[in-house]
Design a binder for this molecule. Sequence first.
Ligand code: NAD
Length: 344
Amino acid sequence: MKDLNIVPFVSVDQMMKIVLEIGVETLLKEMAGYIEADFKRWPSFDKSARVAAHSPEGVIELMPTSDGVSYGFKYVNGHPDNTRSGRQTVTAFGVLADVASGYPVLLSEMTLLTALRTAATSAMVAKHLAPKGARRMAIIGNGAQSEFQALAFKAICGIDRVQLYDIDPEATAKCAANLEGFGLQTQQCQSAQEAVEGADIITTVTADKQYATILTDNMVGAGVHINAVGGDCPGKTELHRDILLRSDIFVEFPEQTRIEGEIQQLAPDHPVTEIWQVIAGEAKGRSDPRQITLFDSVGFATEDFSALRYIKDQLRPGNHTRLDMLADPDTPKDLFGMLLRAAP
Ligand code: NAD
């Protein structure tokens, strides 16, 4: 097999080894650097709202983007009831390809990678928006994404205490147990109200296919930063509309967020700031300690592109599989000859 025709593949098992070898917090910091660097060069990306196929149970999405040199896409689902049958709410895989030849250069699992990149993005954005000296974060929704969020905020923003709440107390206990030994103080709360008390940052990361109200207006005090991660689909939100009306709202790609984010509850011309402008120094982030800032996160294709770019840079002999995914005829025009070559 010629090297030209081999595609490196990172399986779930290999991804776990890569993450553990680098260390979760180091990786989150390094990946956040890649994501931030790509937001800084936002105009160089081909951007479109993701292509979504909705069903009563969930959604399947394709998320493509390109910077003209590399092309990437992710396949991802969102099925909140999956956990009842032992499946994940979110699973994903993705590809990075060379624009010049069109050949894929990486195929990777992206379930773990999505949790890592979502958390890295949230914390990187909070670095620009959260109140100075923020130490305490509430996490409402203690499922698959929650520990990654906690550790990213510790590593990138200096959070040292997380106040956890989930309608499923076992999820909260799992999250607290998983975070033991990472140097974070955890508090298991009986209500969302208890979780947000004294929190400088509120992360909502629940899964429910409806207009849910995880936070009501009276639960959000002045100066708080809200990292709203779970509302990411038409008809699936987490915040009461009144909170949105009191907040300065920051988004990834408005064309996608207006369809999928918390702001689907607002008029289509409600003012929002694109987060890349804050990162590139073209717009203000937090400008007042009493301001409520809201990152209306839905997840954008460039974040997956950055995550794939990061993983590609971590490839070493032995930490991935060399995949026979592309045809390798003896001469490029002799595809049929390649078939005959395999005959007994
Ligand atoms: P999960 O199913 O593993 O966990 C969700 C948790 O939310 C569950 O433990 C559930 O009990 C809890 N929950 C549901 N309703 C609640 C409520 N009213 N109050 C408190 N807790 C409640 O899902 P996950 O993989 O952790 O994903 C969480 C959400 O984040 C999903 O909606 C997913 O689509 C979204 N997500 C967004 C991004 C992004 O980039 N913005 C990326 C990944 C996932």
